[in-house]
Design a protein around this ligand. Structure first.
Ligand SMILES: [Zn+2]
Length: 282
């Protein structure tokens, strides 16, 4: 165990687990602010660096905050404190909190965000939906999404409830598209927004695809196309984006704790933007 931990040391450990080279070309991962030479005694973990999360990191006495979603992704010309993101940056720097994001690099790594989601919905994470090439063994390849099988086939209704129980609670909960009584066993998952993989998941012969941020037309068209080929074609489960990825924070914490002597805190503020759902009563 290290006697002294720094921002740079934690960054090294995170990038060993989630190599920066795995990130998509449009992504912005790594250290956002902070001095690699600064000492760290407490490191906090969250999914998004909102103002509330930054304030909480300060309150917890953290010197470093590790998040999934990049705070800054496109070019910025100002971090003035009277802009939302500028205020976050000022809060962090004034209070000596470094910020690091592990985004698509953490999605593709093994273990990564997708492995955590796969385990939660009850499958052993197998091949990615989109592997990173080259690979020796497809079942263990790096990449986006995971496919695996439930120990026993269950109905879509039961599976949807299982996903709702396994993920952190959100106002919208979990919804599914497909015949509630159809049996499902082979499952694909893709953490975060995964509608671009609807066709790929179907082509890989899954019974159900679990992802987030799904919209009417892509799902409707996907189901029609899939069911044309196979009436038992894949169902779709839609979760809150935050719920599919927040559990990753425990994985990132375990990675840091396994190598470095540092206090860790998971900030479990629900940063899902949706705060109300309603059903028509009559
Ligand atoms: Zn995400």
């Amino acid at each position: 165990m290290a006697e002294r931990t720094t921002v740079g040391e934690i960054r090294r450990v995170i990038h060993e687990a989630y190599p920066q080279e795995l990130a998509e070309s449009w992504d912005a991962v790594g250290l956002v602010c902070g001095d690699p030479q600064d000492d760290v005694s407490t490191v906090a973990f969250a999914l998004d660096c909102t103002q509330e999360v930054a304030d909480k990191a300060v309150e917890l006495g953290a010197q470093m905050l590790i998040v999934h979603h990049p705070l800054l992704m496109r070019g910025v010309t100002s971090v003035a404190a009277d802009t939302p993101k500028g205020k976050v940056i000022h809060t962090l720097i004034r209070n000596g909190v470094a910020l690091l994001s592990a985004h698509t690099n953490a999605d593709k790594a093994r273990p990564g965000v997708n492995d955590k989601l796969a385990e939660l919905v009850g499958i052993k994470p197998g091949r990615p939906i989109v592997p990173v090439e080259p690979y020796d063994n497809l079942e263990e390849a790096l990449g986006l999404g995971r496919i695996g099988e439930l120990p026993e086939a269950i109905t879509l209704r039961e599976f949807t409830q299982r996903v709702a129980e396994a993920l952190p609670k959100t106002e919208w909960g979990v919804r599914a598209a497909g015949d509630p009584e159809r049996m499902v066993k082979r499952v694909a998952v893709s953490s975060g927004s995964g509608d671009s993989f609807l066709d790929k998941a179907a082509a890989l012969g899954v019974d159900v695809y679990v992802t987030s941020d799904l919209r009417h037309h892509p799902v409707d068209e996907h189901l029609r196309a899939a069911h044309l080929m196979d009436p038992e074609g894949p169902a779709v489960v839609d979760t809150a984006h935050w719920a599919s990825e927040f559990p990753w924070t425990a994985q990132a914490r375990d990675i840091v704790e396994s190598v470095l002597r540092v206090k860790t805190e998971i900030i479990d503020l629900r940063t899902d933007p949706w705060t109300i759902s309603a059903q028509k009563e009559n």
